[in-house]
Design a protein around this ligand. Structure first.
Ligand code: NAD
Length: 275
């Protein structure tokens, strides 16, 4: 898939017990990173550990049960990474919940924006917005001390951010990406923090994970396969992406067979809303 070697880089992947997070965690460990699988479901962490293809990859994975919706747990995730691996090189903000947590049949029975209750919005913003921001804050002291780091956030397609049936999910993801844009600018400004990059990675369209429930007429073969995240996330964590910040990458548009420069250019765009 890629011949990039990550040489033991200490990486946190939130929500790595399933779907895109599991794929990224296994790909990163396969490329030589040490990966903290932070998920709020113990069984899901066990599933990712069990899915490791060999003992060498398994040895680079550590599980940590934590709910990113809570501030104390976010700090514990950062502490756990330092405890396990001695440093923090990269944070992948990936944990997420879908609109099916509001209403299971949302895909066929759309949720009107005024039906979304305050408790739903609070949960979506806690997981999708405040968690990435506060996890970034929790890892930044270690990254600043090291003079280098990676903050990579999985938001969503720009069209999903403004879709009527997706207001809780889309609004929280848009706020997260806006904050990451501001954070990238702020870090790039100062010589002490300029080595820490902030980028967005999305699959591109609905991906074939448990977050996208089956519905009548859905052909899962038309969904984006999770593996599209693997090559770009390995490159983003690696030293080869030094200096690349304030970008959003679409996994589906990354051609793992193309020369690296071509893959970077065809999958990348400025972070946020270009114009
Ligand atoms: N599936 C898609 O179509 C799609 C598209 C664009 C972006 N995304 C985003 O990609 C990310 C991964 O989604 P996925 O499709 O792999 O979903 P998924 O449901 O397969 O995985 C999400 C993981 O996050 C974990 N999680 C949820 N809430 C958590 C919490 N409070 N604390 C810790 N862990 C928590 C879950 O236990 C699960 O393991 C999400 O941020 C999602 O919004 C998904």
């Amino acid at each position: 898939m890629t011949d990039i070697s990550l040489g033991g880089k200490a990486t946190i992947v939130s929500g790595a017990g399933s779907g895109l997070g599991q794929t990224m965690a296994l790909a990163l460990a396969g490329a030589g990173a040490n990966v903290l699988i932070a998920d709020n479901r113990e069984g899901a962490i066990a599933a990712t550990l069990d899915a490791a293809p060999n003992d060498g990859v398994r040895a680079r994975l550590a599980g940590y049960v934590a709910d990113v919706a809570f501030e104390g747990e976010r700090i514990k995730i950062a502490d756990a990474c330092v405890r396990e691996f001695g440093r923090i090189d990269a944070l992948i903000n990936n944990a997420g919940i879908g609109q099916d947590t509001i209403r299971e049949d949302y895909a066929t029975n759309p949720i009107r924006p005024w039906e979304v209750e305050a408790k739903h919005l609070e949960k979506f913003f806690a997981v999708h917005t405040i968690a990435p921001l506060r996890l970034a804050a929790a890892v930044l002291p270690a990254m600043i001390a090291q003079g280098k780091g990676r903050i990579i956030t999985v938001t969503t397609s720009l069209t999903t951010m403004t879709r009527g049936n997706m207001t809780a999910y889309g609004g929280a993801k848009a706020a997260s990406e806006a904050y990451m844009a501001g954070l990238s600018e702020e870090l790039a400004r100062d010589v002490d923090t300029a080595g820490i990059t902030v980028n967005i990675l999305v699959p591109g369209g609905a991906a074939d994970t448990p977050m996208v429930p089956d519905r009548p007429g859905l052909d899962r073969r038309t969904l984006t396969p999770p593996w599209v995240m693997a090559a770009p996330v390995i490159w983003l964590v690696s030293d080869l992406s030094d200096g690349i910040t304030a970008r959003r990458f679409i996994g589906k548009d990354w051609d793992p067979k193309a020369p690296l420069e071509d893959a970077i250019n065809s999958a990348g765009a400025p972070i946020g809303w270009n114009g």
